[in-house]
Design a protein around this ligand. Structure first.
Ligand code: GAL
Length: 714
């Protein structure tokens, strides 16, 4: 029996290793999601690493769709032990995605090698989340479910037999000669003799992204406190110093929900012992308890490399790879037993004391630091596959542990990949370009990940306040003072402005929390690219010159690249200012837009110029915008704690908003313990806007106290 099976397998392998180019057969695996298997895929891939289940019910709500590409246009071939893939592109089609890029949003014309690494300053595929997923502005998306280093020719390669092949031109005489002629395909090389591919339908690019996120279990829903403010303290701070710092926040009136401890909480780091340093933290349990009594949660830094002095070293040794990182062993986290040893230590030493989450560092690269591709792991999975999934595995195992305890976590991770949308982790890095951090925030919405443009230091107060403003309009409002110990009030000349924006972040919590719930239940990224906004890009963007053409000459898709403004939730458009800027242009999508602070009309589907007031980040609200806010406060509401709402309304269009509520701390929402309340604004008898909030559902969470309305547009 066994031998026959093996022979069959070898035969199958032989056939599949040498397939001729063919059109794959697609099977609809969820509403609007198709899958094909080419050759014999690896046993281990991105979706196996993430282990999440699609939210089919929510996918069904997005509606039935037909296959979004001409089936004959997709070609797969296996030769030389590799899989070669081709997907069609048409003229004027633009594509987005391929992970967390920092400099460009439009990807047509790029050659990338998707490789988990610390971002090194070039959009070449080496980044923290090199997700093999792209979205077309024609309303479909492609996901290659492989944990390999995939090479992507995103509309650069030209085939001899292409019906759209560009005419050869004479460089001597023809001014139109170009070194980068038109290409009509995305081509990829997957270094494996087979692969699983998914196709996502729209109809809009935002629907494609929604389907991708829902297929990956839906976006994460952080605890309410996760959306408050967080400070990461200097690496070698003692328990006393951390408590002093928390007190200073409260005394000075700056919000703070959780503090991050950097490497110094551990007895040894790089590699790590995974245990408290008893000189700096002589009584960890007492310390965590005191912090919790002050209303402050704790997040602990770690990297995954196990020091020979760690209590888990001997236990985990046989389950580690052949190579070390900084002298620490690298657990084969594809083995459940290795995961368990690490988790047991975290649980026993930290989580059981009340630690609320982790910042898991260095699971991305740099290349020189990490295990090399020649490393071998006991599971038989390759070093390359471990590299592409280590961040995913760390997120999954820790999320599952918190889920078992029915406590939500919200942490930081430096590597992720396709399949990770539902993990409550935000990516960060050491690169510190403010402009590029915003481009990354925009691109995170095409990759199913979250990103924080963390604030560390600044040369001037002006730069400090500008950075603080954008981080407060991002998934995690954080100062990372691990090295220089900066505080929100470190620049006295902008203390007032910094406090204002940090408190605004708190005021916006009901809005942001509802937006995260939509990420979870509907797949809509809470912070996202303008290109995902309906009505954007049509008139104004195409009227503008394509300033990206020189950078991206293959593109032949005439659109301006927008990488410095983004959507925050359903109604807000954020247009940050960077250091030295006193004014900037903002492209408003179709329809009327209003100034967030004054309620005045700012423009209507046009390009506007805004002046940079130091204390304010330019924010615009869509006509009919309903923004539920709460009074400024220093900590997020606790489970069961009532808070008042101030609902702001902008413009004049009748509209509605879904306000989300649950206990804010546990996973009970996964069992249906949540509620949506509908806020509606429509004109009253006199034609003035009037607002109504639906009653709370019986037996469901209800944390809303009194409700007041503010009609911002007079
Ligand atoms: C870096 C990380 C920083 C900080 C530092 C501590 O790798 O990106 O945010 O945590 O390690 O050593």
């Amino acid at each position: 029996m066994r031998t026959t099976f093996l022979t069959l397998l070898i035969l199958l392998l032989f056939i599949s290793l040498n397939t001729r180019a063919q059109n794959p057969v697609w099977e609809e695996v969820a509403p609007g999601v198709w899958k094909t298997i080419v050759g014999v895929p690896d046993k281990f891939d991105l979706l196996k690493a993430s282990g999440v289940k699609p939210n089919t019910e929510a996918l069904l709500k997005l509606g039935k769709m037909t296959f979004p590409l001409p089936t004959g246009g997709i070609v797969a071939e296996i030769s030389d032990g590799k899989t070669f893939l081709r997907f069609p592109l048409v003229k004027e089609e633009q594509i987005y995605g391929f992970g967390l890029n920092f400099k460009t949003v439009q990807q047509r014309g790029k050659i990338l090698q998707l490789h988990v690494d610390h971002y090194g300053g070039t959009d070449n595929g080496q980044t923290h989340a090199p997700v093999p997923f792209y979205v077309s502005d024609k309303g479909y998306g492609v996901f290659v479910n492989s944990a390999r280093y995939i090479t992507v020719y995103a509309g650069t390669a030209v085939r001899k037999e292409s019906p759209n092949a560009p005419e050869p031109r004479d460089r001597n005489t023809d001014k139109k000669w170009t070194s980068k002629p038109y290409s009509d395909a995305v081509e990829m090389v997957v270094p494996a003799s087979g692969v699983e591919i998914y196709l996502f339908a729209g109809p809009t690019p935002l629907d494609v992204v929604r389907r991708f996120n829902l297929f990956n279990g839906g976006g994460c829903l952080p605890p309410r406190w996760g959306l408050g403010f967080t400070q990461r303290v200097k690496s070698l701070y003692t328990a006393e110093q951390v408590m002093e710092e928390a007190k200073a926040f409260a005394e000075k009136g700056y919000p703070l929900d959780f503090i991050g401890l950097e490497p110094g909480w551990q007895s040894k780091s790089y590699p790590c012992t995974f245990e408290w340093d008893k000189t700096r933290f002589p009584d960890p349990a007492g310390f965590v308890k005191t912090m919790s009594e002050m209303g402050i949660r704790l997040n602990l830094w770690t990297n995954p490399y196990v020091s020979p002095e760690s209590p888990i070293y001997q236990k985990i040794l046989s389950l580690t790879g052949s190579h070390t990182v900084w002298g620490g062993v690298v657990a084969d986290l594809t083995l459940p037993k290795a995961q368990q040893i690490m988790l047991d230590q975290m649980e026993k030493d930290q989580i059981s004391l009340g630690v609320s989450g982790y910042k898991i560092d260095e699971c991305d690269g740099y290349d020189r630091w990490l295990w090399p591709d020649v490393a071998k792991f006991p599971s038989g999975n390759s070093a390359e596959q471990l590299r592409q999934t280590y961040g995913l595995l760390l997120q999954k195992m820790t999320t599952d542990l918190y889920r078992q305890k029915n406590e939500r976590t919200f942490g930081l991770i430096r590597a992720s990949n396709g399949g990770g949308s539902s993990f409550p982790y935000v990516i960060y890095n050491d690169y510190y370009s403010h402009e590029d951090f915003i481009t990354a925030l925009i691109n995170s919405s095409f990759a199913g990940v979250l990103w924080t443009p963390e604030v560390r230091g600044s040369k001037t107060g002006e730069e400090w306040v500008r950075r603080m403003q954008t981080v407060c309009f991002s998934p995690m409002a954080m100062i990372n003072a691990w090295s220089d110990g900066t505080k929100p009030w470190s620049f006295p000349e902008v203390e007032k402005e910094v406090k204002e924006i940090a408190l605004l972040r708190m005021q916006l919590m009901p809005y942001f929390y509802s937006e995260f719930a939509k990420y979870h239940f509907e797949g809509t990224p809470p912070f996202r690219a303008m290109n995902l906004e309906p009505g954007f890009g049509a008139k104004v963007v195409s009227e503008l010159k394509n300033d990206n053409l020189s950078e991206n000459p293959y593109a032949e898709a005439v659109t301006k690249e927008i990488k410095d403004q983004y959507m925050a939730g359903e109604y807000l458009l954020v247009a940050p200012l960077f250091k030295g800027q006193t004014e900037r242009e903002v492209i408003l999508p179709e329809g009327k837009w209003y100034d967030f602070y004054t309620g005045k009309l700012a423009g209507n589907g046009e390009l506007i110029k805004v002046n940079g007031e130091l204390g304010k980040i330019p924010v615009f609200v869509k006509d009919g915008g309903i923004i539920p806010m709460m009074p400024p406060r220093l900590n997020a509401p606790k489970s069961g704690e009532k808070f008042d709402l101030e609902i702001r309304y902008y413009g004049s269009k009748p509209s509605d908003y879904q306000l989300y509520d649950d206990d804010g701390e546990t996973f009970d929402y996964e069992k249906g313990d949540f509620s949506w309340r509908k806020i509606t604004v429509a004109p009253d008898k006199k034609g003035n806007p009037a607002g109504v909030v639906s009653k709370p559902e019986k037996g469901k969470p209800d944390n809303i106290g009194s409700i007041t309305w503010k009609f911002m547009t007079k």
